[in-house]
Structures are given as C-alpha cells and as structure tokens.
Ligand binder design. Sequence first.
Ligand code: SF4
Length: 442
Amino acid sequence: MGLSGLDIYKQLPKKNCGECGPPTCLAFAMSLAAGKAALDACPYVSDEARENLASAAAPPIRLLKVGAGETAVEMGDETVIFRHEKTFVNPTGIFIEVGDDLSDEDVKAKLEQIKGLVFERVGMEYAIDGLALRNVSGDAKRFLEVAKAAQALGKPLVLIAEQAVLSEAAPALADDKPLLYAATAENFEAMTELAQKCDCPLAVRGEGLDQTAELAKKIAGLGHKDLILDTGNRDLPQAISDLTQIRRHALKKFRPLGYPAMAFTTADDPEEEMVEATALIAKYAGLLVVKADQVSQLLPLLSWRQNLYTDPQKPIQVKAGVYEVGEVTPESPVYVTTNFSLTYYSVEGEVQASKIPSYIIAVDTEGTSVLTAWAAGKLTSEAVAEMLEKEGMGDKVNEKRIVLPGHVAVLSGKLKELSGWDVMVGPREASGIPSFAKSKFA
Ligand code: SF4
C-alpha cells in the first residue's frame, strides 16, 4: 500500500538541486519510497505536497485506541480483507454491555463476574476487553456513579448515552479515555467538541453506510480523527455487508471510511447471540458489544477470536525442550510431541488428566503438528534421539522408555536403534493418553 517512487516524485519541487543528498528529485523520491530517506531532507517541499504525501502514506484503516495504560485496546490498522493474504493485526475488542439501571448490588456482582472472565488457552491468557456502559436510567448522575464503579475494573469503557448525559459524565472519566458513543447527524458538532475537549475516541453512528461516511468526513473536517464507525444496522446480514463495505473501501483508501468499525449483537437467545458474534468478529468488527457474560459463551468466542488473529505464517509455538508435568520422579514416563502450541497443550492437558507425573519432550518442528511435522521431515527419529541426548534424559529416569505419538509409529525402529531407549507407541490422539497411561504406568 506504500507510495511508488513516481507517485512521490510527482509531488516534489523538481529543482534537482541535490540539497537532500541524492543528486536529483527522482533519486530522492526512490529513496523515500524505499524508506531510506525522510521527506524533511528536502527544504523545498510545499505544505500541500507534505500533506498529500503524509495522508497517502497513512495506513488505510486508522489505528484507534480505547482506554488508557496497559489495558487499552487497539483496533484498526488492518491491511487485508482475508486473513490468509497476510494476517489480521488487532483482535476485535470484546466489550460486555451493562445497564446503569442495575442496583448497586447487581452492578457489583456483574463487575465481579466480568473480572473472573479470564481464560488460558495454548499458553496464552486472554480476557474480556472492557465494559460498554449504557445509560438506561436516563440519569447522568447514576450513569457517572456506575461508570466510576466500573473504572475500578481497570478495563476500558464504552459510554453509551445521549449527548446531554455524556456531556455531564464524560469529563469526569476522560483520563481513562473511554469511547464516547455516539456522534449522530443531529449532534455531531457538540459530540465532536466534547470528544476533543476530553481527548477521547468517538463513535460515529450514521443511518446506513453513506450517511456514516458523510458524518465521519464532517467530523474529521472538524479536526477529530480518533473515530470508529457504526452504520446503525443491526440486522445481521446487513451489518456484515456494511462492515465488509467499510473494510473494502478503506483498503482502497476511501478516507471517509478509513476507520475501524464497531458492531452490536442483538439476539436474546445465548446461542444465537454467539452465532452473531462469531460472524461479526470474522467480518470485520474492530469492537464488538455483547450481552453475553457466561463462560460457556465467552470461552469459545475468545478462542475463535484467538484463532482468527493468529498469524497464519507464524503458528503459536511453545519453546522446544523438556517439560515436567506434576512432581516427576525417576519413574516418570517420557512422552514426545511437537512444539506447536495446540498440539503441545492438548498433550499436556491429557498427561495432567492421567494423574501420572511425566516428562514431555517438545521437539522443535517450527510450530507444526505431529503429522505435518513428520511429513515435512521435522519430526524425525534423529531429532528425538538428539533431544534425549541433549537434555540428558537418560540421567533423569531409571527406565529408558519413551512414548511416541501413535501417528508416527513408523519412527519407532530407528529411534530405538539411535537412542537405545525402549520406544512405546502411544495413542494417535492426545485424548487417548489417560487410558494409555493407566494401562502402562499406573
Ligand atoms: Fe529535489 Fe528537494 Fe532534493 Fe532539491 S532537495 S533535489 S528539490 S528533492
């Protein structure tokens, strides 16, 4: 998406004076395009050219930050339509909606519940990103009270209220940089002023795609560009269509839509809501407000998000090496697997479930699973034998016996020959480990 040397050259003064370093403007343009020079090196660039070049070089979807400090959530800055083209960058911020009409006790209970929504999967910890506080009471004082209580969670907030309520409450919350929801065709001037005064990000809610683009353009013209778009459509197919159009136009550098977009789930049925949420995360909500607050809904949802936002070119890996599961002793069995996180943690979970303290050797297969690694020549008898030797496994256990994944039973003969260890062929799937361990090692 970067500018070509010729695009840049067209904007330069063409004096060919050489003051910038290279002898000609064209040579300078080429250096700029290659990222080897800075525009400031030319003293003659006009303000207009400077602005054109800066905006043309800006990312197609502006990066937006909601919240402050370490828990701030970033959205936008994406560069592709499909994950496999490159990668998706900033995982959709998932915010749970809370109404300010709850009693103090219920607010407290809800916040406690949200605080507990922290999960660990494939060695990574992930949690709900923030809270979307909706002014249901119609009372600015109550809204502020609940927002203050929610601040204690230390997570970013989306403040959903009419402009009059936000004008009263937002300044007191501005230090935490909440997202103000929302500027509309009726209130955008006042909302922009408020967002600028508080230095907070602002949601732009139009009625449909065209009005949203128009509004965003007007607000950017007023000088506020920390925006997120909401076309107002809640019908799922239409919402997905809008989000997709926003992404497509933004990537073509249509500036009025060059911002991240947000969405809301609407279904009351918990399962239907999760269907909505998974679709909206995939296409292409930068921020999603959900009603869901149950582990049974959010764990799969966050896992889905994690999978989508994993760089397909860089599988999640654990460090290759030897891992101890439980209080290992010289009697502990030794399992072999790969260093692909999903594979490793499946094996680790099942070894734990077997309740027999064990060693697991994670072979460096560059983050590929057992069969893929074997087919690619990365999980070999030589690699396993080398790790047994390098890690001094022979000194750690009394009985030299190693369990190979069932899918690579074919490695057993050579591994025995190379290492001198007894090679046992384990189950094909990790789920078979507990019964295998019970029958062999209990
Ligand atoms: Fe061209 Fe500016 Fe470099 Fe002179 S200083 S050669 S005008 S780019």
